[in-house]
Design a protein around this ligand. Structure first.
Ligand SMILES: NC(=O)c1ccc[n+]([C@@H]2O[C@H](COP(=O)([O-])OP(=O)(O)OC[C@H]3O[C@@H](n4cnc5c(N)ncnc54)[C@H](O)[C@@H]3O)[C@@H](O)[C@H]2O)c1
Length: 323
């Protein structure tokens, strides 16, 4: 298949590109490099530096590449920026999505996979939420993901486009940007490897469902390849396992100490400390994966402890090469 991955230079998108290439698909990446990196995409993959908000640029890329399928990962993904600048969020996440959907119809795309979010749609949930859990988005980012899903349904009804929304839990792994706000694993990894102090918000009793990035990429590949029975479907992509931030931080501390300890037996990394609460943080956000398991055969393969080791190893190489 000819597949266009928007946001393919980002954290999740670049892992999707890697897996699609391994499956012999023909790939193009459209990305404006606002948070992604050209070096995340293999050099021989067709790369279009363009903004999804730029209708003419999107039209040109679609007319030229003529994809069969779209994997739409490009987004403004900062919740706090969405609160400060709701119109910017909607520009990228709603108007940008509409440009990509309209051009998909124009060139006869068959299948469209969209990166949605479990956490921001379901709000506080103390048992794994399934896809029928009511959407209660609070932030503009959550609203734009919800609106995105509504547009997918419209394009499915009106144009027969086969659309899938994948509602990710908390994704972690190599290439996550430690400068953003979303990735506690990435932020803590980088700081601990530099032997810097880490701060847990409030009492740290915030349950999250951490899913490894290669598992998320695999869910995208399966969604792109399956023959759907409906023109719209939504699937959670998570592990249904809750890990609180205190447990996560001490596991990361142990892993970083062990990995640095291979070359420096005297290494000491400051223990995480507790800081003020961050207003608005959900207490608990966990999703079930029963539906995607039944319909697409997907399940998470990576245990969190193994995933943390891979992630720390990757950040270690980055930290070393920056010195
Ligand atoms: N990381 C998570 O835990 C998580 C959870 C739920 C949903 N998501 C969604 O997954 C998708 C990928 O997120 P990620 O974690 O890989 O983030 P990321 O920031 O690494 O990737 C986003 C990519 O989109 C590109 N991009 C941003 N705005 C663009 C624009 N206007 N035009 C073209 N390209 C643009 C960026 O340069 C980047 O390469 C996003 O849609 C995000 O909302 C992520």
């Amino acid at each position: 298949m000819r597949i266009l991955v928007t946001g393919g230079a980002g954290f999740i998108g670049s892992h999707i590109v890697d897996q699609l290439l391994a499956d012999q698909h023909e790939i193009a990446v459209l990305d404006n490099l606002s948070t992604g990196f050209r070096h995340n995409v293999p050099i021989d993959v067709r790369f279009e530096q363009a903004d999804v908000r730029d209708r003419d640029a999107v039209r040109r890329v679609f007319a030229d590449f003529r994809p069969d399928a779209i994997c739409h990962q490009a987004a403004q993904m900062s919740v706090s920026r969405s609160v400060r600048e709701p119109s910017h969020d909607a520009d990228v996440n709603v108007m940008g999505l509409l440009n990509v959907l309209e051009q998909s119809v124009a060139v006869g795309v068959k299948r469209f996979v969209f990166a949605s979010s479990g956490g921001v749609l379901y709000g506080d949930v103390f048992a794994p939420a399934d896809e029928s859990h009511p959407a209660q988005p609070i932030s503009p980012y959550g609203i734009s993901k919800w609106v995105g899903e509504q547009y997918l349904q419209f394009f499915a009804r009106e144009h027969g486009l086969q659309t899938v929304a994948l509602r990710y839990a908390n994704v972690f792994g190599p290439r996550q940007n430690p400068h953003g706000e979303a990735g506690v694993v990435a932020i803590f990894c980088q700081r601990m490897l530099r032997r810097e102090e880490t701060t847990i918000n409030g009492d740290g009793k915030f349950d999250r469902d951490y899913v490894f990035v290669t598992d998320v990429a695999q869910a995208n590949v399966m969604a792109l390849q399956h023959n759907p029975t409906a023109t719209f479907d939504a699937f959670n992509v998570g592990t249904a396992i809750a890990t609180d931030v205190n447990v996560l931080a001490s596991e990361l501390h142990r892993t970083c100490t062990a990995i640095l300890g291979r070359t420096d037996a005297t290494v000491t990394i400051p223990q995480p400390v507790h800081g003020p609460d961050r207003p608005g943080d959900l207490r608990s956000s966990i999703v079930s994966f029963g539906k995607i398991n039944t319909k697409l055969g997907w399940k998470p393969e990576m245990q969190i402890t193994e995933g943390l080791v891979e992630t720390v190893e990757w950040f270690r190489i980055q930290t070393d090469s920056n010195h």
